[in-house]
Design a protein around this ligand. Structure first.
Ligand code: 5GP
Ligand code: ZN
Length: 119
């Protein structure tokens, strides 16, 4: 598993506001912002403020942070009007397409569902 220190982590920089993002929601423990390269009409990333490389590592480190990521993801789906038709996707490991090694959940919804399975 690739590991990065928070100082060279893209999502830590987005959490800190050092790199701009289109933020759509936030909580004490997590932030949500639009993916820079959307794979669906709604494509939001939900990211814990705490740096852990994977969702599994986040679960081991803090159940509260893990829960909060999914609560915020559900709030984003509601805000976007897709609470009854969305996917929450987690890629783990480069072999499965993870490119940023700071835990995150993709919230996806929209036209892609009519084109078949996304995963
Ligand atoms: P992964 O492939 O690790 O599951 O997801 C990483 C996601 O981060 C990708 O969908 C990619 O488009 C998105 N991403 C990469 N760099 C940036 C960035 O600078 N800003 C935003 N908003 N999204 C990014
Ligand atoms: Zn990070």
């Amino acid at each position: 598993m690739t590991s990065q220190t928070p100082s060279d982590c893209l999502f830590c920089k987005i959490v800190a506001g050092e790199i701009p993002s289109d933020r759509v929601a936030e909580s004490e423990r997590s932030i949500a912002f639009r993916d820079i390269s959307p794979a669906a009409p709604v494509h939001v990333l939900v990211v814990p403020r705490r740096h852990e490389p994977t969702v599994g590592a986040l679960a081991a480190a803090s159940g509260d942070d893990l829960t909060d990521v999914f609560l915020l993801a559900a709030r984003v789906a509601e805000q976007e009007g897709v609470s009854d038709a969305h996917r929450m996707i987690v890629n783990t490991g480069s072999g499965a397409g993870q490119t940023v090694f700071h835990a995150h959940v993709h919230v996806l919804a929209g036209a892609a569902f009519t084109e078949g399975r996304m995963v």
